[in-house]
Design a protein around this ligand. Sequence first.
Ligand SMILES: Cc1cc2nc3c(=O)[nH]c(=O)nc-3n(C[C@H](O)[C@H](O)[C@H](O)COP(=O)(O)OP(=O)(O)OC[C@H]3O[C@@H](n4cnc5c(N)ncnc54)[C@H](O)[C@@H]3O)c2cc1C
Length: 368
Amino acid sequence: MAEKIECAVIGGGVVGLAIARKLAMSGREVVVLEAEEHFGTHTSSRNSEVMHAGIYYSTGSLKARLCYAGRNALYRYCAEHAVNHRRIGKVIVACDESELAGLEKYRRQAEVNGCDDLRMLTQQELEDMEPEVRCVAGFLSPSTGIIDAHGLMLAYLGDLESHGGALALRSPVLSGRLSSEGILLEVGGQESMSLLCRTVVNSAGFNAQAVARSFEGLAPVSVPSTYYAIGHYYGLSGKAPFNRLIYPVARQDWLGVHVTIDLGGQVKFGPDFAWIDRIDYRFDESREAAFYKAIRRYYPGLKDNALRPGYTGIRPKIHGPGEPAPDFVIQGPHDHGVPGLVNLYGIESPGLTSSLAIGDYVTGLLGP
Ligand SMILES: Cc1cc2nc3c(=O)[nH]c(=O)nc-3n(C[C@H](O)[C@H](O)[C@H](O)COP(=O)(O)OP(=O)(O)OC[C@H]3O[C@@H](n4cnc5c(N)ncnc54)[C@H](O)[C@@H]3O)c2cc1C
């Protein structure tokens, strides 16, 4: 006999928790089903912890809209809920003349996306603000910040629980069946169960496609392909030589090896980018030489042996090598024809920044 619940969110990462809290706050009975022993142990704890301003994303895309709305909401949320964060600002730099066009392209796209506080910096200002950085031009994004992602997830979980929702750990969703009575989920773990839900939100990160493919009754053609791309981070020993985040103009379709500073003041460089064919977080130390080379383009003062292997994160991709980077894919009942079901695919960066706005968007797709 199946247990019944109004709404199940599959995946207790920052996005699943943001959606669950919003659904609970709109009066629904909600459980988050999380496969692991703790929440947020995958992409949500293996990222740069940057609150992006919304500069890069294509006009009108979900990434552009949800990042811009999400970061404004997130700054307010962090202030109200005492989530540790800092509006530290970011300097985007052209390391040589060939990158000036790229810098200008960012500036124009940022304007279109509503980021109206960017400021071109003079050489003197660049030198005064970031004396260790070598570049030919740069601009400041004052609205870029850093955040404690774990603290944010704890706050989302607090909202969920205080509105009657629950997080079920060690509860992997094995399969689902769509029927006229609702969506029947088979949940594994020590206390396996069948759960009949009126609403299901599949927010399982890089596993979302596998979860969707297990849903009997959902057209497989609606599920995108699965790809993974790993990124490595190296830490810098000693005191931070920078005052803000430093991003070089991207030379590829990812943001390049940039500088982030965590809330404890530690500098890290990364992430780099490599396609992989399975989930494997192992750190590949053979990347070190490429990091030194990339970093010294804008930070020539980087000393030998100053980098320390840090950690890796894996981007949940829905496109493969050589294909253009797609938008977030968030499919509701109007897209796949199944009442009460939302599937989220390819929620890579800026998913953390966008999480509150994604929660609003998904709740909107499900209607009253
Ligand atoms: C290298 C890197 C750097 C990034 N930097 C930034 C940044 O600076 N700023 C920013 O805004 N964004 C950044 N991002 C993006 C951001 O981290 C993600 O968008 C966000 O963490 C995605 O959250 P999520 O909840 O969708 O996924 P996840 O955190 O992966 O959560 C999915 C959850 O689903 C669970 N799960 C999977 N399968 C099942 C199942 N069958 N049953 C139950 N549970 C299941 C998993 O255990 C996991 O906990 C970065 C991403 C990467 C990879």
